[in-house]
Design a binder for this molecule. Structure first.
Ligand SMILES: Nc1ncnc2c1ncn2[C@@H]1O[C@H](COP(=O)(O)OP(=O)(O)OP(=O)(O)O)[C@@H](O)[C@H]1O
Ligand SMILES: [Mg+2]
Length: 225
């Protein structure tokens, strides 16, 4: 479903070129639940950003649902992202000028849902995440954990084919973290492909396998079940 072949990414700072991803070959099948782990700075968020088609400056080949992403223009990549991907950002990236309700509604506006259908879907998610009382607040009126919950809610609301989640529970209480992992497990059982980045061994246990990154290299793999 997703296949990366020899993906490299580097930054040029003055005369030196620093590589943050090296010859990454990664294949993820439809319906898999994969965890990416590794030390800080290993390139995990970088890799997820490429998979989510949010980052366009890399080399190599990336196939997404038989589409050659490497050959597509940025606009087309963004279209694929909007249609198929729900992304949970490590730093939340909520839209400051929109309320909680409107932030969660955003991915639905990219798809063919009518107004009342959108309202029902957002209401359901607000209820499920127990944030109904926060729906008219703006992101800067929320705690870090609440912002993270809204970020997860926004990523799952449109029932995307693929969920990419960067440390989705890093700021949550352990009960809430478990609920998010159980939600991901349920969505995965219903067919959603999930790729998460986490530092938590506990969260990793919910997935099928772990891909280990270090200094930009894929250095290992571990099967959970
Ligand atoms: N704009 C930039 N210029 C130069 N180097 C960058 C830039 N952005 C990121 N990097 C480098 O890329 C490397 C990988 O960063 P990345 O955010 O992918 O790490 P990570 O594995 O997600 O770490 P963490 O666990 O802390 O989130 C880091 O060494 C970082 O300094
Ligand atoms: Mg990161």
């Amino acid at each position: 479903m997703l296949r990366l072949a020899n993906i490299e990414k580097s930054y040029q700072t003055g005369p030196t070129r620093t590589y943050v991803l090296r010859q990454a070959n990664v294949e993820i099948r439809q319906g898999e639940f994969v965890t990416i782990m590794g030390p800080s700075g290993a390139g995990k968020s970088t890799l997820l950003g490429i998979l989510g088609m949010l980052d366009h400056s890399w080399t190599g080949e990336y196939w997404f649902l038989d589409q050659p992403v490497h050959a597509l223009k940025p606009k087309m990549r963004s279209e694929i992202n909007k249609q198929y991907v729900g992304f949970v950002f490590q730093q939340y990236h909520l839209i400051d000028s929109l309320t909680v309700y409107e932030n969660i509604e955003t991915p639905l506006t990219y798809r063919d849902y009518g107004r009342s259908e959108r309202q029902a879907m957002v209401a359901d998610i607000l209820d499920r995440f127990q944030i109904v009382g926060k729906k008219d607040l703006f992101p800067n009126q929320l705690s870090g954990g609440q912002q993270q919950l809204v970020g997860v809610a926004r990523a799952v609301v449109a029932k995307p084919k693929v969920i990419l989640a960067d440390e989705p529970t890093g700021n949550l209480h352990s009960d809430q973290a478990r609920e998010i992992m159980e939600l991901f497990t349920r969505l995965n059982q219903e067919g959603t492909t999930i790729i998460q980045v986490t530092h938590s061994r506990e969260n990793a246990q919910y997935g099928h396998r772990i891909i280990q990154l270090k200094d930009g290299w894929v250095v290992g793999e571990e099967r959970i079940r």
